[in-house]
Design a protein around this ligand. Sequence first.
Ligand SMILES: *Cc1c(COP(=O)(O)O)cnc(C)c1O
Length: 358
Amino acid sequence: MTKVHNFSAGPGILPQEVLKQASEAVLNFNNLNLSLLEISHRSKDFIAVMEEARSLVKELLELDNNYHVLFLGGGASLQFAMVPYNLLRENGKAAYVNTGVWASKAIKEAKIIGNTEVIASSEDRKFAYIPKGYSIPTDADYLHITSNNTIYGTQIHEFPNSPIPMVCDMSSDIFSRKVDGKKFALIYAGAQKNMGPAGTTMVAVREDILGKVERKMLSMLDYRVHIKGESMYNTPPVYPVYVSMLTMKWLKDNGGIEWIEKINNQKAELLYAEIDRNSMFKGTVEAKEDRSKMNVTFVMNKPELEAEFDKMAKEANLSGLKGHRDVGGYRASIYNALPLESVKVLVDVMKEFENKFA
Ligand SMILES: *Cc1c(COP(=O)(O)O)cnc(C)c1O
């Protein structure tokens, strides 16, 4: 099989070893001579999978027993609704930082549920930077931020010290770097960027922030119902949970966050250095300090040559580089499972392109 260098923004690349194990479990899981897809989620073999997945999240984010970990359906987008539904009181308010399309969608849902204030935004300059130095209202029920803006290639490198419970959408950079998980009251992440396949969303929530809203809660939207059901109130997305568990285990067995953060830094440094050096390209993020180490966005100085570059990229088996329609140009998503080798191949193609066309 030809090796393809997969820079897809999401669903994104998974480790080859994980894909191999995952495919085996489809046919014969745990030597049961049954597929993982055809056994009860209440069987002891699957309960062990769910328990391991939940405990790996705690370990990788360094969360203590005040946190509950859930694997839910509905994508990160359902969390845009569940967060305010569970945390925003009738006479309270929520504070949001708007750093892109996903944050805007979260704000839209929160506004339907209750009083929502956008306390900082980078919308004025097409989300090409991370707002800083804003003040966080101490009377809000929670602060919502997005750690990595998948579409715009910006990332928060220093989290605010929040006097109120801080909620973070970590969909596209979870487990990519060391974060102090305890700074957050709630973390959520759709699996399909950096944690596993599409179909499940991880939620880690601190016990004390729940149960404060007055509304009568729908069961499926109530975190407490899912916590009580140990993330199996209803049939969980068994296969995405299993593959996410394998991916977290792969991370842990290879040296954990410390190991992957080093490689992620090397990949990002190598690629940004080439974007800055190469006369044919430029980055789209205003300040270097806001650049994402997961989604590297760049455009071509002579857009009329894009088709030539695309051809060269294709010949080198580079895949998934097309930028989001809102930004244009290119986006190289360099998630955990993408090897350094793939970035080296991309950088070589960029050099070769410059040699040919500059
Ligand atoms: C992809 C993405 C989402 C949306 O995830 P779904 O699982 O498709 O709902 C939300 N937030 C961020 C930061 C994302 O990158």
